[in-house]
Design a protein around this ligand. Structure first.
Ligand SMILES: CC(C)(COP(=O)(O)OP(=O)(O)OC[C@H]1O[C@@H](n2cnc3c(N)ncnc32)[C@H](O)[C@@H]1OP(=O)(O)O)[C@@H](O)C(=O)NCCC(=O)NCCS
Length: 145
């Protein structure tokens, strides 16, 4: 089900038909967490995720992507607001809309990774790992180089 939220000339939509893939790729290809990501890889990730696109008028200026089974687990990633629109509460609004989405209720675990935005996510209930030693991963930071 497509969700739409509006506020002061800004709009958030989960409708993939509205997503501006050029704009999303222009940002993500230089983002610190996925620098160099190929356009096709990004498109496949978006097609298989629950995504939230943020627009100012008709221009896409932000994004967030949630990988989820819509029942037990979710992973939040690719969150950004373009530089010109930062510091106006849009990131928090994006998070508020996302956290209220029907597919993301009652999850046992909701994870994310961030270099420096802990203060944003803490406001929405995220906490540092309670048992870091129990988490494992396969990480290939150079895969898009
Ligand atoms: C993080 C980001 C999405 C926030 O968007 P924004 O619209 O500027 O954020 P808001 O105006 O809603 O405010 C963000 C809140 O989080 C806090 N915060 C904590 N760490 C932050 C950080 N690294 N960057 C931005 N805000 C941060 C701010 O202080 C603010 O809280 P406050 O209003 O209670 O003081 C935006 O700065 C961005 O795109 N940054 C670059 C990409 C990025 O780092 N994404 C997150 C990857 S995990």
């Amino acid at each position: 089900m497509v969700e739409t939220f509006e506020r002061n000339g800004y709009l958030i939509s989960t409708d993939p038909a509205k997503f501006d893939l050029d704009a999303i790729h222009a940002y993500l290809v230089r983002a610190y967490w996925c620098e160099g990501i190929p356009r096709k890889t990004m498109e496949r990730a978006i097609a298989n995720s629950l995504c939230f696109a943020l627009f100012h008028g008709k221009t896409q200026i932000g994004f967030a992507r949630v990988v989820t089974d819509s029942a037990t687990f979710a992973y939040l990633c690719d969150v950004y607001v373009l530089e010109d629109h930062r510091g106006k509460g849009l990131g928090k609004w994006l998070m508020k809309c996302l956290m209220g989405h029907p597919a993301l209720q009652g999850l046992r675990r909701f994870s994310l990774a961030t270099r420096d935005a802990q203060g944003l996510y803490r406001q929405f209930g995220f906490r540092e790992l309670s048992k870091p030693d129990s988490k494992m991963e396969i990480l290939r930071p150079d895969i898009y180089r």
